[in-house]
Design a protein around this ligand. Structure first.
Ligand code: ADP
Ligand code: GN1
Ligand code: MG
Length: 355
């Protein structure tokens, strides 16, 4: 059992430290202590995040900004400092660790249990974006440059195809064809941004359902977590990444693709919560691009899983050898389903936005 929690200003002594949660990136542990307070201890994935100082400075700045505007401790993630007042601890092997207060009496969902839960998660992410509308974006470090530059993700897929590091190229020809057939469209949102048609906002960039905490009793939003990718970005991408994960009728690695669909009722539920929480802050053009955000975030995630499969599973944590390929299949199935439901998705957005 690791004892790194004792390098931080936690209350009490560590009683247990067990692996926790289902994140694909960091190593997360639940720490129980003699004080009765629980903590989240995380080993930051330094393969993914090379600038840990910049990353933690972002998280401290954003959480202090949010906490100054809402004093309820369950409404903002709280970074526990190290004994010498730093935001993270470097172990003798160079591993980087951080501690958060555990968000008490909360639930974190891996799958939508009711439409209303999904509306509430949408409200959480919409409010998060609105609360950060005036945050000085230029002070944020870009923790992963080109994170949601979908055209650049296509380039990375082409690099993975050319290198074929894991010798898996032959078995994924149909997946590659599906991906490359849609390569042209990949750049459309980034192009609109460059042309000044879409505004750059401070966004979360990883709006999975399991990155939001709801109150266990009321099932209302408490706070947004997993702030590693809070950076300037596009509102439609935050909307879209939530649809990709939460509006799917199956798990991200479901093998039976007949079970995988993008649910229109869930799409509408999320749109209602998100647009309601963003209020008047979104432009007409941003609202029109919400369906494209859903499609591109799903496509992008699919090609990221495919590229990682080709590279030998070095980015996303996997629990079995073909898991990244299974994840790629669900994402591409969702993209195909969105293409079928395209007009209906646009109609839902127009109806909910009332514009
Ligand atoms: P990753 O980047 O690997 O996704 P997260 O920060 O999302 O890491 O944490 C993984 C999981 O740990 C979350 O989905 C959630 O279940 C749990 N978790 C993280 N932070 C907290 C917290 N402060 N309180 C309660 N649970 C948390
Ligand atoms: C990762 O960290 P986690 O599990 O919340 C990834 C997201 C992907 C997601 C796919 C920093 O999210 O971009 O959409 O997996 N995070 C990073 O499930 O790459
Ligand atoms: Mg997460």
């Amino acid at each position: 059992m690791n004892q790194y929690s004792e390098q931080f200003r936690i209350q009490g002594k560590q009683l247990s430290c067990e692996r926790y949660g289902n994140g694909h990136i960091n190593e997360t542990y639940l720490v129980k202590t003699t004080s009765g307070l629980d903590y989240i201890l995380q080993k930051i994935n330094t393969n993914v995040f090379q600038n840990v100082e910049g990353l933690m400075a972002n998280i401290v700045a954003v959480t202090e900004y949010l906490a100054a505007r809402d004093g309820d401790p369950r409404h903002t993630l709280h970074v526990v400092p190290t004994l010498d007042g730093k935001s993270f601890f470097r172990d003798p092997e160079g591993g980087c660790w951080r501690v958060y207060d555990f968000v008490t009496d909360s639930i974190c969902l891996e799958k939508v249990e009711s439409e209303e839960d999904f509306v509430q998660s949408a409200i959480a992410f919409g409010q998060f974006q609105r609360q950060l509308a005036e945050f000085p974006a230029a002070t944020l470090t870009e923790t992963i440059p080109h994170f949601h530059d979908t055209a650049d993700r296509v380039r990375q897929l082409r690099d993975a195809i050319a290198a074929d590091k894991a010798g898996r190229l032959q078995e994924v020809q149909s997946e590659i064809a599906f991906a490359l057939d849609r390569a042209e469209e990949a750049g459309c949102m980034v192009r609109m941004l460059a042309e000044g048609k879409l505004p750059l906002r401070v966004t979360h960039n990883d709006t999975k359902l399991n990155n939001v905490m709801l109150d266990a009793a009321t099932r209302k939003p408490l706070c947004v977590i997993d702030l590693d990718t809070v950076m300037p970005g596009l509102a439609a991408n935050d909307f879209g990444d939530s649809i990709r994960f939460g509006a799917s009728t199956a798990a991200e690695d479901e093998k039976d693709l007949d079970k995988v669909e993008m649910s229109l009722p869930l799409f509408e539920a999320y749109a209602r919560g998100f647009l309601g929480a963003c209020g008047e802050s979104l432009t007409d053009e941003e609202i029109r691009t919400l369906p494209m955000g859903a499609k591109l975030m799903t496509y992008e995630c699919g090609i990221r899983f495919l590229a990682d499969y080709l590279n030998g599973d070095t980015y996303f944590r996997t629990h079995y050898p073909e898991q990244n390929l299974d994840r790629c299949h669900t994402q591409f199935k969702l993209v195909a389903d969105m293409e079928k439901k395209w007009d209906a998705m646009a109609a839902v957005i127009a109806k909910v936005a009332g514009r």
